[in-house]
Every structure is written in structure tokens, then in C-alpha cells.
Design a protein around this ligand. Structure first.
Ligand code: MG
Length: 382
């Protein structure tokens, strides 16, 4: 999108989102101007530049389209965001179009999270990242109104947060070595396989580090036999699990792999919403929850509960996104087996602070809500 279109889109977005609010504010003329008693939603398209080109089995990219979101209520602001990697089918256009339809001015109680999110979910099918941006901002707002971070509201302990992996894309040995150096803070390395040079990549990684690895094939392996060959090669190389070995539709082949694999097989691209867990439980050992797929924190929490009931493993991943969505996911991470929350490190210029990597774990701050603070001079005005 060129800059002019971007600004026009941004302006329209704010106008569309604020129009109902001005009306309700007019009706409440006796109240202070900052306190309308209604929620207002604003949004702004915001492209995230990547530190390195990201090379996956199916494509390569240097930036990710995103949309920043704010929900304001009684002078308190909740922050959220949508991040839209190309394979999920959302874009600046679809997200801003969706958010223009969200009218939160009809709700005067942000604590009715379930009711508000059910309304948002029913506006249009799909649009999962757009829905997640509202969900995250609403959770941030409500946490701030309560005065506590969400991990505390949920009764979770930060001691249970697992170490997070750091993802390294397919690249030349020199670049891979450099990236591993940059990933010093992380104790687990995630590698993206699914091309013809998988064994070569594994050998390069193992020459550079003895840290545990996890492998994401991103649907790249063409046959179950090819997948098993690499998995067997990986099994004695301290690999924790395999993500999405084959295409979404290859369920029987995946079950065949799962039966033979000494390490867990995790569903990612094939897994989006809560009901998918029931469909996938007989084919995969676990699920990769990402807020941009799950429509946010509320459904992610339900996913964890349901997947545990089926005895499934749970990882929590992310898109390339700012510390906003990463901090939101970190609130849930005491409940999961593996974290893969490095999206904020993969972008060139984060606009939020609020998560820290301590002993390889992505830790949320003690601040209320999702625990983030916009960085002055970097967070866009809107
Ligand atoms: Mg994946």
C-alpha cells in the first residue's frame, strides 16, 4: 500500500470507529469530556519492518502488514493489534474494513467480555487477526480497570512459564551462524525446514549450537516417507517436537507419521479455532495456539482447557508482531508446554515495551492488563 492510501485508510478508520462515540459523548454532555461511559475503538494501519528477510518453505518477506488498535473507556486505554502474515488471507484492507463495522458504543460495561466478543465474532466469519486485535485491547482495558495483569486474574504463576524458542529461517550457513549469535537470550532454537536441504540445515545448526531445537516444516514435506526420514534424523539431535509436517489435508499421512515418530507432532497451519481441536485430536499430538488465529486471548484460554482434556500438548506461537500481542500471549504461557514468542524480536522497531526475556523465558511485566507501555516517539499518534 502506498503512503497516501495508507493515510487515507487510517483517517477513515478512525472516523468510522469514532463516529458513534461522538454521538454518545454528546448525549453525556454533563460528564467530563474524557468519560463517556461508553467504549470507543480506534485503529491505524501500521506496517512492521523485519530485521531480516523471513524465508519459509512457501515464501519470503521483509515486512508484515499490521493494524494497531485502541479501546478507550472512562479515560483508560487498552492496546491491541492485528498482524497479518500473507498465508492467513487477511490484509490491511480486510482488517480495517472489519474494524469499521465494530461498534463498541452499544456496550457500557467492558467487563462483559464474553458478550462483547460474541458480538465481534458474529459480525463476519473468519477475520481472525482483526477479531484478535479487539480481544487483546479489551483484555488490556479490563485488566487495567481491575488493576492486575491477566496471569494474576487467571490465577497463574510465572514460575510455570516454559522457555521460549527463537526462530531461525532457512538461509546460508553464514547468516544462520549470525542469527544464532543474535538468539543468545533464548535457550531453544526453532528451525524452519521443508525444503530440499533439510539435513544440511540441521547439520549447520548442530555445528553452531547444542541448544535443544524444535522443527517447523510449515507443510513443506511432500510425502510421509520423506517426513519420517527427516524426523528420524532429528530424533537423536535433541529435537523437542515437529510442527506441521505436511499439508493440512494430509490427515491420514500425518497420523501415520505420528504413530511412528518418537517426538510429538504439532498442528499449526491446519489449526485455527476452538472446534478444530476435536477434529485434530486423533491426528496430532498437540496444537500451536496463536492469538492471531484464535481470535485472541479469550478463545486461546478455552483452547488450552479443551486440548488438555484430550491429553494434548500445547505450544503458543506468534506472528511477526510487536510486544503488544507477545505480552498478551505471555499472560497465558504459564499454562503451556512450549512457548514460541519471538515475534517482537523479529521486527526492526518495536513500539511497545512490556516483555523481557529472562533465563530464556518470555516474561510479562507486572503492569495491569497485558502489561505493555507504548514507547514515546515510536508508538504512532492516532
Ligand atoms: Mg508453524
Amino acid at each position: 500500500m502506498d503512503r497516501r492510501k495508507f493515510l487515507v485508510g487510517a483517517g477513515l478508520g478512525i472516523m468510522a470507529a469514532t463516529a458513534p462515540i461522538s454521538l454518545s459523548a454528546m448525549g453525556a454532555a454533563t460528564k467530563k469530556t474524557t468519560k463517556s461511559g461508553r467504549m470507543t475503538l480506534k485503529f491505524l494501519p501500521f506496517e512492521l519492518k523485519l530485521r531480516h528477510a523471513f524465508n519459509l518453505a512457501k515464501y519470503s518477506r521483509t515486512s508484515t502488514p499490521g493494524v494497531q488498535v485502541k479501546i478507550e473507556y472512562e479515560g483508560v486505554v487498552g492496546y491491541g493489534e492485528a498482524s497479518m502474515p500473507p498465508y492467513l488471507g487477511e490484509s490491511i484492507e480486510t482488517v480495517t474494513k472489519f474494524l469499521s463495522k465494530v461498534d463498541l458504543s452499544q456496550f457500557n460495561d467492558p467487563f462483559k467480555i464474553e458478550e462483547i466478543l460474541a458480538y465481534v465474532d458474529a459480525i463476519e466469519p473468519e477475520n481472525r487477526a482483526a477479531k484478535a486485535s479487539v480481544d487483546i485491547a479489551l483484555h488490556d482495558l479490563v485488566g487495567k480497570l481491575i488493576g492486575q495483569p491477566w496471569y494474576k486474574i487467571w490465577g497463574l504463576s510465572l514460575d510455570k512459564i516454559p522457555q521460549s524458542s527463537f526462530t531461525i529461517g532457512i538461509d546460508t550457513p553464514e547468516v544462520v551462524k549470525q542469527k544464532i549469535k543474535e538468539a543468545e537470550d533464548y535457550k531453544v532454537i526453532k528451525i524452519k525446514l521443508g525444503l530440499d536441504n533439510d539435513k544440511e540445515m540441521i547439520d549447520i545448526i548442530r555445528k553452531c549450537t547444542d541448544r535443544p531445537i524444535c522443527v517447523d516444516a510449515n507443510r513443506g514435506w511432500k510425502t510421509k516417507e520423506q517426513a519420517m526420514q527427516i524426523i528420524e534424523y532429528l530424533a537423536d539431535k535433541n529435537c523437542l517436537f515437529i510442527e506441521q509436517p505436511m499439508m493440512e489435508e494430509c490427515l491420514d499421512d500425518t497420523a501415520w507419521i505420528r504413530e511412528r515418530s518418537p517426538i510429538p507432532i504439532i498442528a499449526d497451519e491446519v489449526f485455527h479455532r476452538l472446534p478444530d481441536i476435536v477434529k485434530l485430536k486423533d491426528y496430532y499430538d498437540g496444537i500451536n495456539i496463536k492469538l492471531m488465529k484464535s481470535t485472541g486471548m479469550s478463545e486461546a484460554y478455552k483452547m488450552i482447557t479443551l486440548a488438555r482434556a484430550f491429553g494434548m500438548k500445547i505450544m503458543c506461537g506468534c506472528m511477526t508482531e510487536t510486544s503488544c500481542a507477545i505480552a498478551a500471549a505471555a499472560q497465558l504461557s504459564p499454562l503451556i508446554d512450549w512457548a514460541d514468542l519471538d515475534g517482537n524480536v523479529l521486527i526492526a522497531d518495536d513500539i511497545f515495551s512490556g516483555v523481557k526475556v529472562i533465563d530464556g523465558k518470555v516474561m510479562p511485566s507486572d503492569k495491569p492488563g497485558i502489561g505493555v507501555t507504548p514507547i514515546k516517539g515510536k508508538y504512532p499518534e492516532f
